[in-house]
Design a protein around this ligand. Structure first.
Ligand code: GLN
Length: 277
């Protein structure tokens, strides 16, 4: 090999070694721990969470849905309220509930600027998941059919041609649409309005989430009863904008901690009188 050839070979070898070194360097940089949302150890601060009002977690909710959310005096109370407040506490945020009509919750959350999270006994549904994200499930629910006491009911066929009260935009409304033939669905803004209409005889039946029907009818003097439990196998989740994945991760992390440390069980026991299954 000539002297200049040797020199070239050396240069090439050096360049190769350099680039290999650079590659290794890159690899090492990529392996640096990244602050992925939701992967922190308990107690570590979560990834930076942005909310509409600093220090607050604003929750949109149909607050006529006991025992999940209801107004007593000038206070909002219920299972969702206690659970989300405990989540907020873990995140260092003060939870503030804002009353909204159920059917407007998803479009308002998507539009942004009014509330950060939906806490409203909202069922996790694939159609809704196209629009917003949901937290991990926090409550298992089913539907119920409520009629005047003493009504005969053997199955959805008994409701053909009847007037069925439903809450607009709910899974109860969807069930009635899919399962009752030729009925007139009468939409209401809230479950309590639907039950008031049934009590007044303006509708023949109401389809509504089972735990809420049970709560609303627990005072036995309203002349209505649950004539059927409808096993839809629903799960409630908190709704978060798809633009705020950090908030979703922080809520899930706090929820998991509350389940692990017994707080979730305590809140469940307080509102439902039994331990979660
Ligand atoms: N769980 C039902 C739904 O998501 C009803 C919720 C509600 O009325 N607050 O459609």
């Amino acid at each position: 090999m000539s002297k200049s050839r040797k020199w070239l070979a050396l240069m090439v070898a050096f360049a190769l070694a350099l680039s290999a070194f650079a590659l290794v360097g890159c690899g090492a940089a990529e392996e640096e721990p990244v602050d992925e949302p939701g992967t922190e150890e308990p107690g570590e601060p979560a990834a930076e969470v942005t909310t509409i009002e600093a220090g607050k977690l604003l929750a949109g909710s149909d607050t006529e849905f006991p025992p999940f959310e209801f107004i007593e005096g000038d206070e909002v109370k219920g299972f969702d309220v206690d659970l989300l407040s405990a989540i907020g506490e873990k995140m260092g945020l003060e939870v503030v509930f804002m009353t909204e009509i159920f059917d407007t919750l998803i479009p308002t959350l998507k539009a942004g600027g009014k509330f950060d999270v939906i806490a409203s006994g909202m069922t996790i549904k694939p159609e809704r998941q196209l629009e917003i994200d949901f937290s991990d499930p926090y409550y298992d629910s089913n539907q119920s059919l409520v009629m005047a006491k003493g009504s005969a009911y053997a199955g959805p066929e008994d409701l053909t041609g009847k007037r069925i009260g439903v809450q607009s935009g709910t899974t109860g409304e969807a069930w009635a649409k899919e399962n009752i033939e030729d009925a007139t669905l009468v939409p209401f803004n809230s479950a309590t309005d639907a039950f008031a209409a049934l009590q007044a005889g303006n509708v023949d039946a109401v389809v509504n989430d089972l735990p809420v029907s049970a709560e609303l009818l627990k005072e036995d003097d309203r002349g209505m009863e649950i004539v059927a439990q409808i096993p839809t196998g629903e799960q409630y989740g908190f709704g978060v904008s798809k633009d705020n994945p950090e908030l979703l991760a922080a809520i899930n992390e706090a929820l998991a901690e509350l389940k692990a440390d017994g707080t979730y069980n305590e809140i469940y026991q307080k509102w439902f009188g039994v331990a979660p299954e």
